[in-house]
Design a protein. Structure first.
Length: 248
């Protein structure tokens, strides 16, 4: 796989758009699009990134399937959405959802265009953020934690992953499901407290590995607070660069 954040370069004539497998969840997708616009170095409409978004909110619940609490498999649905976006002639695909990356192989098997992984770009960013760290904290859905997509990706970099205990995971779940996904205000102090406990256990950086947590991070200006490394912010930046544009 090539460098996930390497610019693809501009071609002569119209540049193909970026395809976004969205709706997982809907608010996170909306924030992803907003952040792409805000962080693109552009002075007029025509200098922004072209995107085609499939905001498919009714995709089966990813965490419920990963944890074995549902037999409704999101994988074929995500693969079908990827094919639909490829048919529009997109340049590459992104999916602003961490838990859905459990189904990445099904998506890759369905398409021929490149796929820019939120996990890959986040792991690279965390490594740059804390080059001397031996462990990384992970705040995510129970599905992402159980899927071990981040554990495996960080293990390839020689890093351990530290996750919240059961009580703290319940707090993280409340922020994700009872607050952000439910359209209610999120509590940044909960995230700060849980992240602090992960840091006490040796995490040199704490990844916000759920795009609903990214929504909370944007709302409460957590993006520049140590020890956080936000997955959606990293995907936004990588998408802009891969599309041949500059980050503001």
């Amino acid at each position: 796989m090539s460098d996930p954040v390497a610019p693809a370069g501009r071609s002569e004539g119209p540049t193909p758009p970026v395809g976004v497998i969205g709706g997982v969840g809907p608010l996170a997708t909306a924030y992803f699009l907003q952040r792409v616009v805000q962080l693109t170095d552009a002075e007029r409409d025509q200098e922004h990134v072209d995107l085609i978004v499939l905001n498919h909110a009714t995709i089966p619940d990813r965490t419920e399937f990963v944890l074995g609490r549902s037999t409704d498999d999101p994988g074929p649905v995500l693969a079908r959405d990827a094919r639909r976006l490829e048919a529009f002639g997109v340049r590459f695909l992104v999916m602003p959802c961490n838990t859905a990356h459990y189904f990445t192989q099904q998506v890759l098997d369905a398409i021929t265009v490149p796929f820019l992984s939120i996990v890959d770009v986040t792991v690279s960013a965390a490594r740059r953020r804390a080059p001397d760290a031996r462990a990384v904290g992970l705040l995510a859905t129970a599905g992402t934690v159980a899927s071990r997509v981040y554990h495996e990706a960080f293990a390839r970099q020689g890093l351990d992953v530290v996750t919240p205990d059961a009580d703290d995971q319940r707090l993280v779940n409340e922020v994700i499901y009872d607050q952000v996904k439910a359209g209610r205000p999120s509590d940044p102090d909960t995230l700060r407290a849980v992240a602090g406990r992960l840091a006490e256990r040796g995490a040199g950086v704490v990844v916000l590995g759920c795009t609903e947590l990214s929504v909370a991070a944007v709302d409460h200006d957590l993006l520049d607070e140590p020890p956080f490394c936000d997955s959606m912010d990293e995907l936004v930046r990588a998408t802009i660069v891969r599309a041949g544009h500059r980050v503001r």
